[in-house]
Design a protein around this ligand. Sequence first.
Ligand code: 6PG
Length: 476
Amino acid sequence: AKAQIGVTGLAVMGRNLARNLARNGFRVALHNRSQARTDSLVEEFGSEGDFVPSTDLPGFVESLEQPRKIIVMVKAGEPTDAVIDELVPLLDEGDIVVDAGNAHFADTRRRETALREKGLHFVGSGVSGGEEGALNGPSIMPGGSPESYAALEPMLTKISAHVNGEPCCVHVGPDGAGHFVKMLHNGIEYADMQLIAEAYDLLRHVLGLSPAELADVFRDWNTGDLESFLIEITAEVLSQTDPTTGGAFVDVVLDQAEQKGTGRWTVQSALDLGIPVSGMAEAVFARSLSGDVVRRTAAAGVLPGPAEAKADVDRETFIEDVRHALYASKLVAYAQGFDAIRAASDEYDWDIDLGAMATIWRGGCIIRARFLDRIKEAYDRNADLPSLLVDDYFKEAVSNAQDSWRRVVATAATVGVPAPGFSAALSYYDGLRAERLPAALIQGLRDLFGAHTYKRVDREGTFHLEWSGDRSETQS
Ligand code: 6PG
């Protein structure tokens, strides 16, 4: 019998998605450019389900029932285009190509148009959860036509993670919507990790706690509002000892964070949309700084820090303050992330249901967290919420946290420990709530040096002051 769905690209993510589909009772066609991967999958896991391996792409396409459903799981960028180009001539009208990699949503929009013109469906789908998620239930964010989603839905919702019986998979919207939302997920992932790293760094420097003691702090935090996968694995990494030295694992790891690009894309896209995503931007910049060996080497031990690098704080109070700072800063990062999704949805006519995005991130993905339920509830209360931060629940959460948050940012500055995530989040919060911003002065400056005009608080219209003349005001 023919296969119900196929996977081409059997590196670890593709292989685990194929196994997940097979374990859930679907007959899965397999293909990989080098056949060894296909063979080893069948050899090692063939007993898990019904696999239909092929040695070449025409055979793979031939082994699928129509309309064909093909998941492409190869590297983003050119490798994805290469596979699509090879695949398309072999397909028939109505067939569905799913790109489950971390593609840039602009590429997905381009590919969707190209395939649509050929009578094919292209589904750019975010898949989160790493290797483990792909195998046991990821969070799935598919974009594309409603018809293609209808055809894929039974399979995708079956293999996805579930929370309270609900699948962590929903049709996000047309063309690039799914990959945009996955990109934002990764941007938030960057911000979350940066904030966690800052909390760790501050507690370690200010209180002198050991990694093992810090693991206990995070383990404790994971029983409250901060409960999430990333906090859980932070405790795991911090409690790990290095097999070679027997010391803390975290102390033998080179302190240069790498990145594959999705965080950077998020910030670039948000800049284009005009949405401040300062939490994510600081997270990307902090990774860049960590990897900038040339300048770090030139400055370390050369640029002076504060004379008094110890803060006079009570241990339990400071731990609690940092917990609040982390939670409040995290809320800001999510608020900014959802603003970016809303802006893109408006820009590209995606009609994304923001509450549903919070729902599908509750399980399976890297940023899965207890408080995503709260985000869903906030959008249930008001689908047009201008910012998550003004929802009653979040407003309350931030106001409970803010004294701590301010103390932590002040302490970080005093002791000279970098906390770009915490401080950017706090500045955003203060900027957002300000009744009047110094942007008025910026407008004045722009008008003086470039006649860029300004608007007034008391009258409609656009104005200019004759700065080099008699300083009278003209209206344009
Ligand atoms: C996921 C992850 C996944 C990947 C990140 C890592 O949702 O499963 O986000 O997509 O682990 O892209 O990104 P960096 O290598 O850029 O940190």
